[in-house]
Design a protein around this ligand. Structure first.
Ligand SMILES: Cc1cc2nc3c(=O)[nH]c(=O)nc-3n(C[C@H](O)[C@H](O)[C@H](O)COP(=O)(O)OP(=O)(O)OC[C@H]3O[C@@H](n4cnc5c(N)ncnc54)[C@H](O)[C@@H]3O)c2cc1C
Length: 409
């Protein structure tokens, strides 16, 4: 039987994981990754909290819940087999006020439904045993939540793809995918069409995913709206005040997890990320902006609907954007001994968050297939945790169905 040819667009952790999975499941297949940057993992996969989420928050039965749990097992094994650091430092989600308790309990119920190992609710004394400097009236403890370097893992997967005979083509921005008579052609920016015709293509383009999808004939929505998250590194002398990961109970009015203390795999302790609209999809410098990217969300009616519904939360986040001390104060509510700690700005991440036309943020992963082309249209956190499982899902469940037009959400 003739071996198939696959094109994967995007050299973030998801695209690389998909390419690797194709090579594992279809030995002898031709697999080519097209990445627009000069190195892999230059966007979300290289700018995140580095947390291996255990599966606490996700709607039981949804793709996120399923692929996160499976992703943890695959990622842990991958790190062990490849000698990559994996630190099960544990995490607490902390309630400071009575009104947060029902929400904390709801997270606990979801964690149990998602079969997250070892998770339990603890009182303030037990919390002190786990995190001696943390205050709170009740907390959820997830002992197996871990930290890794996703950039390092992505780099290892890219090397493995090449060792297995695949190719990772850097500096190769794809303009669109064209399907003709069951063959997929890759048109690069500038008009050149790559010499090889492919049987299938899988686009994993993160912050640019809606644009490539649209240009390749997929639906207009959901659109990507970028939200940045700023991190700060805390003074070396204070980093032992936090042992693992300390998270707030998420605010239901806002879709992100809230500013948290995150231990990094390199031993640094960071605080962040906040969440605010980014004036560019790939502008990591605080003051820079992209007219094209701004015009894109300002011209989207969904964005205005979102903005009007989330004014209060946006004001709260804005305080942490304009004032470093407000940022630290927010976090120090959980660890008062860090109230006056010195911080230095660290990396900023930009989330590729899909938004519907009605202003709602798409919560679950969205992977859509049309003909022989599949697009990841939404893979926010825990997208990196889930990457090896997302890859299995795409290669084993999405791609084999070669019906002419099929939507999977
Ligand atoms: C601030 C922040 C914190 C996060 N924290 C966590 C966490 O702790 N744990 C967790 O599990 N997840 C976390 N996430 C989410 C996680 O980082 C993402 O889900 C994951 O990295 C997505 O990987 P990806 O490969 O889909 O996208 P990306 O890493 O963004 O990769 C997309 C790639 O496609 C390339 N590309 C785009 N367009 C084209 C084109 N036209 N042609 C060629 N190449 C193209 C880009 O250059 C890029 O390399 C966080 C994200 C952010 C932003």
């Amino acid at each position: 039987m003739k071996q198939k040819c696959y094109a994967v667009i995007g050299g973030g952790i998801n695209g690389l994981a998909v390419a690797r999975q194709l090579m594992l499941d279809h030995p002898g297949a031709t697999v080519t990754v097209f990445e627009k940057e000069s190195a892999v993992a230059q966007h979300q996969s290289g700018h995140n909290s580095g947390v291996v989420h255990a599966g606490l928050y996700y709607e039981p039965g949804g793709l996120k819940a399923r692929l996160c749990r499976r992703g943890v097992a695959l990622l842990k094994a991958y790190c062990r087999e490849n000698g990559l650091p994996y630190d099960e430092c544990g995490k607490v989600v902390v309630a400071l006020k009575e009104e947060e308790l029902p929400r904390l309990d709801a997270i606990y119920q979801k964690a149990v439904a998602n079969a997250v190992p070892g998770v339990r609710l603890v009182d303030q004394n037990e919390l002190r045993e786990i995190e001696p400097n943390c205050i709170g009236i009740r907390a959820l403890h997830s002992p197996q939540t871990a930290i890794v370097s996703y950039a390092e893992i992505a780099g290892r997967i890219a090397a493995e793809i090449e060792e297995k005979g695949g190719s990772v083509r850097l500096n190769s921005p794809v303009f669109r995918l064209i399907e003709r008579e069951s063959r997929v052609y890759v048109e690069l920016t500038g008009g050149e069409v790559h010499g090889q015709a492919f049987d299938y293509a899988i686009a994993c383009c993160g912050l640019q995913s809606d644009r490539l999808a649209q240009r390749s004939g997929d639906e207009l929505t959901p659109k990507i709206v970028p939200f940045f998250g700023q991190y700060y590194v805390i003074d070396e002398a204070f980093k032992t005040h936090v042992k693992g990961l300390i998270y707030p109970v998420p605010d239901p009015r806002f879709p992100f997890l809230g500013v948290h203390f995150t231990k990094r795999i390199d031993g640094q302790m960071t605080v962040g990320p906040n969440a605010f609209i980014s004036f560019g999809r790939e502008n990591y410098g605080g003051l820079s902006f992209s007219v094209r990217d701004m015009a894109d969300f300002l011209g989207y009616s969904g964005f205005w609907k979102f903005a009007s519904k989330n004014l209060g939360a946006s004001v709260r986040e804005l305080k942490t954007v304009v004032s470093e001390s407000a940022f630290v104060r927010e976090a120090a509510k959980y660890v008062p001994s860090l109230g006056h700690v010195g911080v230095a700005p660290a990396v900023r991440g930009i989330r590729a968050q899909a938004m519907e036309g009605d202003g709602s943020l798409v919560d679950d992963f969205v992977i859509r297939k049309q003909g022989n082309i599949a697009h990841i249209r939404n893979a926010p956190s825990p997208g990196a945790t889930s990457s090896l499982a997302i890859a299995e899902y795409i290669v084993r469940e999405v791609m084999p169905q070669s019906a002419p037009s099929l939507a999977l959400v």
